[in-house]
Design a protein around this ligand. Structure first.
Ligand SMILES: NC(=O)C1=CN([C@@H]2O[C@H](COP(=O)(O)OP(=O)(O)OC[C@H]3O[C@@H](n4cnc5c(N)ncnc54)[C@H](OP(=O)(O)O)[C@@H]3O)[C@@H](O)[C@H]2O)C=CC1
Ligand SMILES: C[C@H]1O[C@H](OP(=O)(O)OP(=O)(O)OC[C@H]2O[C@@H](n3cnc4c(=O)[nH]c(N)nc43)[C@H](O)[C@@H]2O)[C@@H](O)[C@@H](O)C1=O
Length: 314
């Protein structure tokens, strides 16, 4: 990938796409192609085809998707399946048809079986039942991986897939119901602090374990793999270390400087008990994260405060 090659980032206004764009710009890439979902709906095959015919991207980062936390996944099951299937199918097919040199598809750690042995190796894909709360999203993401593999097998396309662990960072979604746990709790603890509430409720039992990677680290890994990885097998992207949701909530309470209690609502779903990534393949390829959870949380809280201020002045 050379500095003047046309690089399309699908989903550049999102947390991950935005981080990939920042990374590429820092590295001197100056021919970056972007479209918002308003100007190019990736669920529409003809629109996608015309876009690829006109813009002829050489490299594609596929970071556009319908994304959300456990409740959003479980509530909007139709959209999480339909939108993500259509986006993956349309973009990957157009990339083949219009001769894209290389494409990187973003999957997710939730594609692995709910009760997969830990840490989860890439080879565990399709060896067991999925977590029911995010089965539609996972099925669409698995279809994306299989599309990359099929176009590689049949047509020799250099399409690669990466499986990121749970992410957080700049430009995250802080919606109280639809967000992932980390941004949702930043908001809940902040609002409790501002309103002098005696306690904050955290969904589930607090016992599930999750791994959290800072989105700028993920972007760094994606660009690294775009430059150095050309194989068929998906690659896990994570840190290889996790913690319980209770421990995460305690870290966020500290960063936000909230002094009240934490209460657990076991009526809400826990989801997968654990999904710790085996990152040995990524390490062998020469990549390791650089941002600690604590450092990332401080940046994420600052990002939340900035988004909050922007809304107040909008
Ligand atoms: N966040 C996480 O914890 C994880 C994310 N991932 C994966 O990383 C990728 C990026 O996620 P993230 O950045 O968090 O998600 P965001 O919700 O922040 O961003 C998603 C982007 O996708 C675009 N998009 C959605 N629907 C369409 C559509 N129909 N047509 C065109 N563009 C569309 C949106 O564009 P616009 O803003 O213009 O509407 C948006 O910018 C996804 O593939 C996701 O599955 C994987 C593991 C964990
Ligand atoms: C990235 C990944 O994200 C999703 O899977 P998930 O890992 O279960 O993600 P989550 O962040 O929503 O929850 C993690 C844990 O945290 C608990 N939890 C506590 N309190 C809140 C809370 O306030 N909000 C949320 N969302 N969860 C909370 C929650 O009950 C659960 O035990 C998938 O949709 C999947 O598709 C996917 O790709």
């Amino acid at each position: 990938m050379k500095a003047n090659d046309p690089v399309y980032i699908a989903g550049h206004r999102g947390m991950v796409g935005g981080a990939i764009k920042r990374k590429l710009e820092t590295l001197g890439y100056h021919n970056i192609i972007t479209r918002s979902s308003g100007s190019l709906d990736l669920r529409k095959q003809e629109e996608v085809d015309s876009f690829f015919a006109a813009e002829k991207p050489a490299y594609v980062f596929l970071a556009a998707a319908k994304v959300g936390g456990i409740l959003a996944n479980n509530t909007y099951r139709a959209e999480f399946l339909y939108d993500n299937l259509m986006i993956a199918a349309n973009v990957i097919h157009a990339a083949w048809k219009h001769g894209v040199t290389k494409l990187l598809f973003l999957g997710s750690s939730c594609i692995y079986p709910r009760m997969a042995p830990q840490p989860i190796k890439e080879s565990f894909l399709l060896t067991g039942l999925l977590e029911p709360t995010n089965e539609p999203y996972a099925i669409a993401k698995i279809a994306g991986i299989k599309l990359c593999e099929a176009y590689r097998d049949q047509y020799g396309c250099n399409f690669i897939s990466v499986m990121p662990t749970n992410l957080f960072g700049i430009g995250d979604n802080y919606h109280p119901q639809n967000a992932h746990v980390l941004p949702a709790l930043i908001r809940r603890f902040h609002e409790a602090k501002m309103n002098n509430k005696p306690s904050v409720t955290v969904w589930g039992t607090g016992t599930p374990r999750r791994e959290f990677l800072f989105a700028d680290d993920l972007a760094d890994a994606c660009v690294y793999l775009m430059q150095h990885y050309n194989e068929r097998e998906p690659v896990n992207i994570g840190k290889g270390e996790d913690l319980t949701i209770k421990q995460l909530a305690e870290h966020i309470r500290e960063v936000v400087c909230y002094k009240g209690e934490i209460i657990f609502d076991a009526g809400k779903p826990d989801g997968t008990p654990r999904k710790l990534m085996d990152v040995s393949a990524l390490r062998r390829l020469g990549w390791k994260h650089s941002t600690s959870l604590k450092e990332g949380l401080v940046i994420a809280y600052r990002d939340f405060l900035q988004q909050d201020q922007l809304k107040l002045h909008a």
